[in-house]
Design a protein around this ligand. Structure first.
Ligand code: PMP
Length: 290
C-alpha cells in the first residue's frame, strides 16, 4: 500500500512522522475520514470543505489548494488500485520544537492513507446496536469546538473507554447541559411520530457528512426532518434511534442504558433511510478512474 506523504507516494513501511511533529506531541492538526464506493469518492467536496474549515478554526494554513488535495486523494486511490476504500486524510501542524507554539512549525505535514474499508458485522445492522449514555460529557464549544475535526480526540476516547468497560457497541455523549450531542464517532438521530430529529451541531456535534446526506434523503422521501435539541429522557422515549457516520453509514441503535428503544428492533424509518443512503452512495461521487 502506498501512502501520500508530503507530495510523494511512498511505501507504507517508510511513511513515518517525526517525534517532533506537533500532531503527535499535542494533537495539533486536523483530519478527515472519507469513503469511496465502487470507484467513486462519496461527497469529496464536502469532506474537503470540512477539512479546510477545521484547519481555519485552528489557524492552520494547509500548503495545498483544495484542488491539489482533491487530486492527491484520487492519485493515492489510483496508485493502490482501490475502488471500495476508506481514506484517512491528515494535516498536522508539522515539525517544531518541544514548546506548543505553532509558530515554531513552519511546514504542515500532510499524509493520506487509503485502505480497504473495515465493515461493521452485518448482524449489527440486522439486530441494531446496544448503546449507553456516557458519563464523559462532550467538550464545550467555548473550550474545544466539537465542530472542529481535530487530531485531539481524547474527549471521544475517554467516552469510548467507558463503552468498552460496559461491553457495549457505542456510547452517546451529552453536553454539559444534559442535551444529547452525538455518539463517540457518529452522529445520532431519533425518530418520533414518524419524524426524524438530530441535535443541532451547537449541542456539541460534528457536522457529519452522513448526517447531512440523511437529512437530505429524509426530505426527498417526504419524511419531516428537524435539527432540534433533545434530552436523554426523550432518547429513552423515542420510537427509533440510529447513528450515522462514514464507516457505519446508517446503523440502528435498539437499546440504550439497558432499555429498549421503541420495540427494541431496528425501526421502519431507520431501515428506509439506510436503504436510500446505500443507493445514494452507489449513485453519486467523484470518479477515481477516468
Ligand atoms: N461525530 C464524530 C465525533 C465523528 O468522529 C464522526 C466521524 N467522522 C461523525 C460524527 C460522523 O461524521 P461523518 O458522517 O462525516 O463521518
Amino acid at each position: 500500500m502506498l501512502i501520500y506523504f508530503n507530495g510523494e507516494l511512498i511505501p507504507k513501511e517508510e511513511a513515518k512522522v517525526s517525534v517532533y511533529d506537533h500532531g503527535l506531541l499535542y494533537g495539533d492538526g486536523v483530519f478527515e475520514g472519507i469513503r469511496s464506493y465502487n470507484g467513486k469518492v462519496f461527497r469529496l467536496a464536502q469532506h474537503l470543505n470540512r477539512l479546510y474549515n477545521s484547519a481555519l478554526a485552528i489557524a492552520l494554513k494547509i500548503p495545498l489548494s483544495r484542488e491539489g488535495m482533491r487530486e492527491a486523494v484520487l492519485k493515492t486511490l489510483r496508485a493502490n488500485k482501490l475502488r471500495n476504500a476508506y481514506i484517512r486524510l491528515v494535516v498536522t501542524r508539522g515539525i517544531g520544537d518541544l514548546g506548543l507554539d505553532p509558530r515554531k512549525c513552519p511546514k504542515p505535514t500532510i499524509f493520506i492513507i487509503t485502505d480497504k474499508i473495515k465493515l461493521y458485522p452485518e448482524e449489527f445492522y440486522e439486530n441494531g446496536l446496544e448503546v449507553i449514555v456516557t458519563k464523559t460529557k462532550r467538550n464545550i464549544k467555548e473550550a474545544l469546538n466539537p465542530e472542529i475535526k481535530s487530531l485531539n480526540y481524547l474527549n471521544n476516547i475517554l467516552a469510548r473507554i467507558e463503552v468498552n468497560r460496559a461491553g457495549m457497541a457505542e456510547g452517546i455523549m451529552t453536553n454539559v447541559e444534559g442535551y444529547v450531542a452525538e455518539a463517540t464517532a457518529d452522529n445520532i438521530f431519533i425518530v418520533r411520530d414518524k419524524e426524524v430529529i438530530t441535535p443541532p451541531t451547537e449541542m456539541g456535534a460534528l457536522r457529519g457528512i452522513t448526517r447531512d446526506a440523511v437529512l437530505e434523503i429524509a426530505g426527498t422521501l417526504g419524511i419531516k426532518a428537524h435539527e432540534l435539541p433533545f434530552t436523554v429522557k426523550e432518547l429513552y422515549g423515542a420510537d427509533e434511534c440510529f447513528l450515522t457516520g462514514t464507516a457505519a453509514e446508517v446503523i440502528p441503535a435498539v437499546k440504550v442504558d439497558g432499555k429498549n428503544i421503541g420495540d427494541g428492533k431496528p425501526g421502519e424509518i431507520t431501515l428506509k433511510l439506510r436503504e436510500e443512503f446505500r443507493r445514494l452512495t452507489q449513485r453519486e461521487g467523484t470518479p477515481v478512474y477516468k
